[in-house]
Design a protein around this ligand. Structure first.
Ligand code: GLA
Length: 387
């Protein structure tokens, strides 16, 4: 199976691709700092086994990112509003202990398989693999110790007008039940125009499945500022994948037309969230995969726009992936206190995870997530900010 094949070099060329996919200009916002300074590293905390965790700070084109070596976590992502006032728009914690103790994947890299695999089991080339099960009967986001809980090797770079980080992690054969040694590299690039680009790359030495993504919880009004129900969301998808009670797709590609799942025209997230559609009742809101109209593409194409009308902050997402998991923060229940000291309640953020469809290894009709030795898994997602 041919996964997306492209030359992926995080460079000035990336800004060009982003510009054509997303429209707008790749220039820095007026008054925004725009210089490719080398990322700065500081000690953030120490794990129980003595491993030191670092935080890297980088900035370009008005966007400022803080990334942890633990989980590749985006601990903070600041962007300006229409008056140039910056806010951290990504939920997170201010201490490593909180991430280790109780993070619902805040800002983290997700692997080896984003979202759910039914019963944590799949069969490939006649062999059945049992994965780590950590979500009822199912395996979620790579199992009990997914890529969000690994310490990554981080390598900073400056390339032309881009600044960024390359994160490396090797997951050994059998890790969480997955076959093959998987060597993963994730590159975070900030362009001169303030775009945040994620490039994922992986190789294996045995046939396996892979589906990497990023789990940023967005609140464009600023983390801890309240509900995202007023944010306007648009998703370029006429179909989504309904699920069973365990949030495993039934296999159907259902039409969004005439349902609360229709985001083809921008609408406030909260408009139909209480419509009582059986799928919303199962998920306690939105927690579904949208089948992107464009399908798998060689280059990233625009698939979703999120906008906070009050601040003007707007996020446009482009990807080469076939699916988008839109999760409306349903499990945030007021028990976690975030970076700014305020608690997070249901709907205080939303996730837009570009990905292959959940449970693809058990759904022959879904695009394949199989990766074989000699192939390279490569995908890119571009986040463009404006106000
Ligand atoms: C994903 C899943 C949700 C939930 C969150 C983390 O978005 O689809 O069901 O597990 O991660 O809480």
């Amino acid at each position: 199976m041919e996964l997306n094949r492209r030359t992926v070099i995080a460079s000035a060329a990336a800004a060009g691709i982003a510009a054509s996919a997303l429209g707008g200009t790749a220039e820095a916002a007026p008054g925004a700092a725009s210089h490719g300074r080398r990322p700065v590293k500081e000690h953030f905390g120490t794990l129980a086994d003595g491993t030191k965790v670092y935080r890297w700070s980088l900035e370009n084109g008005g966007t400022a990112l803080k990334v942890l070596s633990y989980g590749g976590i985006v601990q903070s992502l600041e962007i300006p509003d229409r008056h140039g006032r910056r806010a951290n728009v990504s939920l997170g914690f201010d201490s490593l202990d909180d991430y280790v103790a109780s993070s619902p994947y805040f800002g983290a890299l997700i692997g080896r398989y984003g979202n759910r695999i039914a019963k944590g089991r799949f069969t490939l080339d006649g062999k059945t693999y049992q994965l780590s099960v950590n979500d009822g009967d199912n395996s979620l986001h790579g199992g009990a110790k997914g890529f969000d809980k690994r310490v990554w090797d981080v390598e900073p770079f400056v390339s032309g007008s881009d600044v960024g980080l390359r994160l490396h992690h090797t997951s050994v054969d059998g890790d969480m039940g997955y076959p093959g040694t998987l060597r993963a590299t994730v590159t975070y690039t900030l362009t001169r125009g303030g775009d945040w680009i994620i490039d994922y790359e992986a190789t294996t030495d045995k046939a396996t499945v892979v589906n990497l993504t990023s789990h940023v919880y967005w609140n464009l009004a600023g983390e801890g500022s309240g509900s995202i129900e007023d944010h306007e969301l648009q998703i370029a998808a006429a179909r989504y994948t309904p699920t069973d009670a365990g949030l495993i797709p039934t296999g159907e590609l259902a039409k969004v037309a005439g349902t609360p799942f229709d985001f083809r025209r921008a609408k406030p997230v909260g408009r139909d969230i209480r419509a009582g559609h059986p799928q919303q009742v199962l998920a306690k809101g939105y927690d579904h995969n949208w089948v992107l109209d464009k399908g798998i593409t060689a280059e990233p194409e625009h698939i979703a726009t999120l906008r906070d009308p009050a601040s003007g902050r707007t996020l446009r997402i482009a990807t080469d992936q076939p699916g988008l998991q839109f999760y409306s923060g349903n499990f945030l229940d007021g028990t976690l206190t975030g970076t700014s000291g305020r608690t997070y309640r249901q709907g205080d953020a939303l996730c837009l995870e570009t990905q292959h469809f959940p449970d693809s290894p058990n759904q022959p009709a879904f695009p394949s997530t199989v990766l074989r030795p000699g192939e390279t898994y490569r995908t890119r997602t571009v986040h463009r900010f404006s106000a």
